[in-house]
Write a new protein. Structure first.
Length: 385
């Protein structure tokens, strides 16, 4: 498969999170392999040209930092597995890593955006909303967000704990943007029945219906020499993503056209099937009466626009605000006679909504002195009732 032959109708999965590990980016060496990176960029560019959207979760900052300062320093003052040293190397290497990605994507006429996240950014509802809105806007613009754990401040990623790592971060990002597919690229072909490096009879598991104890037993083994996560963290990430309705494929990063084949639904690596429904998950949260903090009344025109689907709630259509709520809270959207229309996560607090209701979106900055978006509730954070 080549990028020129990829057509939108070939895409089984349109919105894709590609997670690429250190072992893939370094090709088993102590430095970044620009050829491996360029191959991934070519495939991502072809996927975007075919109508796809891509978020890239990348490792490699530490490897880039190690390469930049040289072996004499990393073998002396900075220790390979010391947490502080790895944070220092990540700080040095992050800009180099992003410069390489920027240069390569620029050659493909694709704009990138950097996003450094920590677990707290995903756990906090307001920061989650900020991140989601930013990612959605970037994807709508055809930009490729490039995500990495903020290694300089996040100790989870650099510790031996399997809780914090780019595998699990990629699953959280997949949930954040409602991804169709999470593609985890590593240096082996997928999940095996046993460690293939130790057991020659180990067989590739091509399909996993549900991550269970047997799946975890198959995944147990030592992490890669240059990565922070082993196969078990990848299986844990698959469980997180599949529970929210995302397909997960675990495959070899060097396999031919692996990104395009996975996005097109071709069998490659190990395919973890969704165990939950993505919309059901969002509906359960947004439709829960316990989550509602206030009510926003809208006029007939705004109600019709929302009920047609695909429309955001703009301040021009709002006639009143009831109750106290904050940015990031779930509010009920009703007509003037109290008929429920929708629920959604608001971009503005109740005090702010009162000040901008009935106004055009281009007046928000003049009224508030700042803006969190032209919508009071974005369509991606809204469900009809």
């Amino acid at each position: 498969m080549t990028g020129e032959r990829l057509r939108p109708q070939q895409l089984t999965h349109r919105r894709v999170v590609v997670k690429v590990g250190s072992n893939v980016l370094t090709a088993g060496t102590d430095r970044l392999d620009t050829r491996a990176m360029a191959t991934l960029v070519d495939q991502i560019a072809a996927l975007i040209a075919g109508g796809g959207q891509v978020v890239l979760v990348t490792s490699g900052a530490i490897a880039a930092g190690r390469h930049r300062v040289g072996a004499s320093v990393t073998g002396g003052v900075l220790k390979a597995r010391d947490m502080h040293s790895r944070q220092v190397l990540a700080a040095i290497g992050q800009s180099r890593l992003m410069a390489l990605w920027d240069e390569m994507f620029d050659q493909a006429n694709i704009v990138i955006a950097q996003a450094l996240l920590t677990r707290a950014d995903i756990a906090d509802r307001l920061r989650y909303l900020n991140a989601r809105n930013t990612f959605m806007a970037l994807l709508d613009l055809g930009v490729v967000p490039i995500v990495n754990e903020n290694d300089v401040v996040s100790v989870e990623e650099l510790s031996t704990s399997t809780i914090g790592d780019n595998d699990n971060l990629s699953a959280q990002v997949a949930n954040l943007i409602d991804a169709d597919l999470l593609l985890i690229l590593t240096d082996i072909a997928g999940l095996y029945t046993a460690d293939p490096a130790r057991d020659p009879s180990a067989r590739l598991i091509e399909r996993v219906e549900r991550v269970d104890a047997a799946t975890e037993r198959a995944a147990r083994g030592a992490p890669g020499a240059r990565g922070t996560g082993g196969m078990l963290t990848k299986v844990h990430a698959a469980r997180i993503a599949t529970q929210s309705g995302t397909h997960v494929v675990l495959a070899h990063g060097g396999a031919e056209d692996v990104v395009l084949r996975a996005a097109s639904g071709e069998p490659v690596g190990t395919h973890f099937l969704p165990t939950g429904d993505r919309m059901e998950s969002r509906l359960r949260y947004l439709l829960s009466g316990l989550q509602t903090r206030g009510r926003i009344e809208v006029d007939a025109g705004a109600a019709r626009a929302l009920l047609r689907g695909g429309n955001s709630l703009l301040p021009a259509g709002v006639t009143a605000s009831n109750g106290e709520y904050h940015r990031g809270d779930v509010v009920q959207i009703v007509t003037g006679d109290g008929q429920a229309v929708a629920r959604g996560t608001t971009n503005y607090s109740s005090d702010e909504v009162v000040r901008i209701l009935g106004k055009h979106s281009d007046q928000i900055i003049a009224i508030l002195g700042y803006e969190f978006g032209e919508e009071i509730v974005h369509r991606n954070n809204l469900v009809l009732v």
